[in-house]
Design a protein around this ligand. Structure first.
Ligand SMILES: CC(C)(COP(=O)(O)OP(=O)(O)OC[C@H]1O[C@@H](n2cnc3c(N)ncnc32)[C@H](O)[C@@H]1OP(=O)(O)O)[C@@H](O)C(=O)NCCC(=O)NCCS
Length: 200
């Protein structure tokens, strides 16, 4: 039996709603060092740190995205994810970046179903986030789970703020951020784009 794991927010910080804890059972994945995530509809994913060997899985994931999902994630249209860019996204500098992936190991090779990442700006003690969940895996709490992990990581790093740009038409992401306690405001110089922030 998989024990449900309670989400415990650090007491010295504003707590995030424990919403994803209600939707998943999670347990350590012994071999990989990641964490198994069992969704309420019985599907299993591995949540782990991104790895340089994830390039091909990331490129396959990109081909399953709609033009709208690509624009919402990268804030502009892209017809393909070039190998050098995929390599750059998978080979992170841990001192300035964190990236978690959700891997579907029911396929061989495993398929990437979600990615959440931050880039740290040392000069401001803040980090910029981005997150993506493949459509077939959406609306089951995975976006919230990835965001919660990024917030936890930012707090572990002692950062002051987590922020990101989100298109104004991206209702799902704006709603998700609202539920997680982020504030949002329009950017005068960038019509159609919102600045989303969470004080840590
Ligand atoms: C935005 C995105 C990450 C959400 O991922 P997700 O796994 O579906 O999100 P969750 O299941 O955790 O949803 C959490 C909450 O967000 C809101 N939400 C998510 N999708 C929504 C939608 N399509 N419509 C309205 N609200 C939505 C809801 O409040 C939801 O809670 P609920 O299901 O209890 O109503 C995903 O749709 C995505 O990858 N979009 C493309 C890339 C992108 O927009 N990235 C953000 C910019 S970096």
């Amino acid at each position: 039996m998989i024990p449900a794991i309670d989400f415990v927010a650090p007491t010295s910080h504003a707590s995030l709603p424990p919403r994803s804890a209600l939707r998943f059972a999670r347990r350590p994945a012994a071999a990989s060092g990641g964490e198994k995530v069992l969704t309420q509809d019985g599907r299993e994913l591995l949540l782990r740190a991104i790895d340089p060997n994830d390039v091909a899985a990331m490129q396959r994931c990109f081909t399953r995205l709609s033009p709208e999902e690509i624009r919402r994630r990268f804030l502009h249209a892209m017809s393909e994810l070039p190998a050098p860019m995929a390599q750059q996204l998978c080979r992170i500098d841990p001192s300035r970046e964190t990236a978690f992936v959700l891997m579907d190991e029911s396929f061989h090779p495993a398929e990437m179903r979600g990615v959440g990442r931050i880039y740290v700006d040392d000069t401001t003690d803040t980090a910029e986030f981005s997150v993506l969940v493949e459509h077939a895996w959406s609306r089951i709490g995975l976006g919230a789970l990835l965001m919660q992990r990024l917030v936890d990581d930012c707090r572990r790093r002692g950062l002051y703020e987590l922020w990101g740009y989100v298109l104004q038409e991206n209702r799902p992401m704006l709603q998700l951020c609202k539920e997680l306690g982020f504030t949002q405001r329009a950017i005068p110089d960038e019509p159609g784009t919102m600045l989303i922030t969470l004080k840590l």
